[in-house]
Design a protein around this ligand. Structure first.
Ligand code: GAP
Length: 445
């Protein structure tokens, strides 16, 4: 059994099986932007649903919202993004390629054989200049500076500016949180590694408002809760996840403390999610810039204060990349080899594939009726009658489908079907009438 050793394998498998396509592919593609296909979007929805359930539905103290992508431009002045959300950019005057000045060592220049930028005699690197990562656009018909708005680079600010709206309407008391899932945009200088770093991506972020002085305790709580989510709910191998504490010189401008949860991707250990103690930085700045009070008033006329914020900030695309990377394996089967996406059944896009063993003896009709029953029960399933049974199994293994249900000669005699397990390859006979309940029970494990 071997596991994923290169990102290229995943790129081609996910394209072949309809998980991820390059955006605008027929025009040559858009730089580091990707589209999710039929299976990809189902997996993404299942991951987001799992996150929302854990963060919002299974708790009393977190409320969900969906703030707009376009916000008042002053928001980004207050948050520090207009002045500070920059990366140092250097350009080679000869090949015109651009690099992050702080990542030159690990970068490769466009010449062959490829070396680090500046390593060839002919290279001529310019002076580093700060490049703001926010995408700009214009609100209304006039393209002038006063009409400039930004595509949000994080969802967090939408939760801060709505802090009091949520607190009063949901009648929450500090400590409580505001959760959001939504698109964010960053004009990254060096995007890449498939969907790991893109210019348009999705975040699942939660801002937890706490009484100052309790922030460190809450930080530890959320750090551990988020790790448990990845190992427990998403079913990721614990040995492929670790914490990485930010040193004082790595902290973002708003952070008092930050820990990344890293996953061992095929490109090495990389950030999956950040847990940040953002203190009262954001609410205090919004109070200054908007002139509106951002204070929490304790019930019964108690104290008034600006809460501290403990943030959990995960990338949805990165969670999806982690789920795929963790699930991938190749297995020697003697005469051939199978490639499997062993995705946790709860997250798998399709729960069962339904096959008639042969296209005669009324088997396709029985299989079609079974497929209809799956649709009526809203259990995602896929009907496939094309090719040998072996090939059909292999296609579903690659697609990550946990069970294949085969209607065969015995079904006509005793009403049973075969259920084949993707991971153990075990086959059991189950009553066709009870197969949905059987799989539901397996899904609930
Ligand atoms: N609100 C805090 C914040 O945005 P961040 O560490 O910059 O913090 C949070 O981003 C998460 O968003 C990251 O851990 C990562 O999973 C995801 N993310 C950030 N930039 C990304 C990009 N260019 N492409 C894909 N995901 C990205």
């Amino acid at each position: 059994m071997s596991q994923l050793d290169s990102m290229d394998k995943l790129v081609s498998l996910t394209k072949r099986r309809g998980y991820v396509f390059q955006s605008s592919e027929i025009y040559g593609g858009t730089g580091s932007v990707w589209d999710y296909g039929p299976l990809g979007i189902e997996l993404k929805r299942n991951i987001k649903e799992a996150w929302w359930s854990a963060m919002v539905h299974q708790r009393d103290d977190v409320e969900g919202i969906e703030a707009a992508i376009l916000m008042h431009p002053r928001v980004w002045e207050a948050s520090g993004h207009v002045d500070g959300f920059t990366d140092p950019l250097v350009e080679c005057k000869v090949c015109k390629k651009r690099f992050r000045a702080d990542e030159l060592e690990g970068a490769r220049c466009g010449r062959k054989p490829s070396k680090a930028p500046g390593a060839f005699k002919a290279c001529e690197l310019g002076e580093p200049r700060l490049f703001n990562l926010m995408f700009k656009t214009f609100m209304g018909p006039v393209e002038e500076a006063a009409a400039t708005v930004y595509l949000r680079p994080e969802t967090a600010q939408g939760s801060y500016v709505n802090f009091l709206n949520v607190q009063t309407t949901a009648r929450q008391k500090v400590p409580f949180g505001v959760a959001q899932i939504g698109k964010a945009f960053r004009n990254e200088i060096t995007p890449g590694n498939f969907i790991f770093r893109t210019r348009e991506f999705e975040q699942a972020e939660m801002q937890f408002f706490v009484t100052p002085g309790t922030d460190e305790e809450w930080f530890e709580h959320w750090r551990d809760a988020r790790m448990d989510f990845h190992t427990g709910t998403l079913g990721i191998r614990a040995e492929s996840l670790r914490f990485s504490e930010h040193g004082p010189d790595e902290l973002a401008h708003y952070a008092k403390r930050a820990v990344d949860i890293q996953y061992e991707f095929p490109i090495g250990w990389k950030e999956l999610e950040g847990i940040h103690n953002r203190t009262d930085f954001d609410l205090d700045r919004h109070q200054q810039y908007s002139g509106k009070k951002m204070r929490y008033v304790e019930p019964g006329g108690g104290g008034r204060y600006i809460p501290y914020v403990v943030e959990t900030a995960a990338g949805v695309d990165r969670m999806l990349l982690m789920v795929l990377s963790d699930a991938y394996y190749e297995q020697d089967m003697g005469r051939d080899r199978r490639t499997v996406l062993g995705i946790h059944p709860r997250l798998a896009p399709v729960k069962a594939a339904i096959f008639p063993l042969v296209r005669k003896d009324g088997l396709p009709e029985i299989a079609t009726r079974l497929h209809d029953a799956f649709k009526a029960a809203a259990v995602p399933s896929f009907y496939d009658a094309a090719g040998s049974i072996g090939r059909r199994y292999r296609r579903q293994d690659e697609a990550g489908t946990p069970w294949c249900v085969t209607v065969d000669g015995r079904t006509n005699e005793d009403g049973t079907v075969t259920v084949r397990d993707r991971d153990t390859l075990e086959q059991v006979r189950v009553n066709a009438d009870g197969v949905i309940d059987y799989l539901r029970e397996r899904l609930a494990r």
